[in-house]
Ligand binder design. Structure first.
Ligand SMILES: [Zn+2]
Length: 174
């Protein structure tokens, strides 16, 4: 699974274009080890609310769901572990009559732009490592610490007025 596009739009939504390297292997049915390992590393995921056609809990849904849907929940989970915020929502869509098979559109809410960017990359790395069954390569505490640093930068950046930010950009250019 690879993020090929990140689009920030309005003040608290990000849209991602995600592609599966093998368009026929996009479901956890093809890779049941991914949700199994992921729930071990992030037990709180089991408490996520998830609206799905079957009315299943997220854990049950994960037995047969699109891997980018798992990715969507992981980005939200990582943000929630770093910064207390209201409920963040997400959505995973695809339409293979228009797009090539294996392409997904993942929408995620955020409050801190730097944090969500870091969370997207961390979640991508984690899913890829679990796909290869390299669970030891994932250090959750270290990822969270790193995201906390990014969140701090994001918070200080947000507190500056747009005029100040422009001024800074200008003085740096000189
Ligand atoms: Zn869901």
């Amino acid at each position: 699974m690879k993020v090929v596009e990140i689009l920030f739009y309005d003040s608290n939504h990000v849209k991602l274009v995600v592609e599966m390297p093998d368009p026929n292997c996009y479901s956890t049915k093809h890779a049941p080890h991914i949700p199994k390992l992921l729930f071990k590393l992030f037990p709180h995921l089991a408490r996520h609310r998830c609206e799905n056609e079957n009315g299943y809990s997220f854990r049950r849904e994960c037995q047969a769901t699109e891997i980018p849907h798992l990715f969507e929940h992981l980005i939200i989970e990582l943000q929630g572990q770093v910064q207390r915020s209201g409920t963040l929502k997400g959505e995973t869509q695809w339409n293979w009559r228009v797009d090539p098979k294996g392409r997904f559109h993942v929408y995620v809410e955020y409050e801190n732009e730097m944090l969500v960017l870091g969370a997207i990359r961390a979640a991508e790395r984690i899913i890829q490592a679990l796909d290869r069954r390299e669970v030891d390569a994932v250090n959750v505490d270290e990822e969270i610490r790193h995201l906390e640093e990014l969140a701090k930068i994001g918070t200080s950046f947000k507190s500056k007025t747009p005029a100040k930010v422009m001024e800074l950009a200008h003085s740096r250019a000189n």
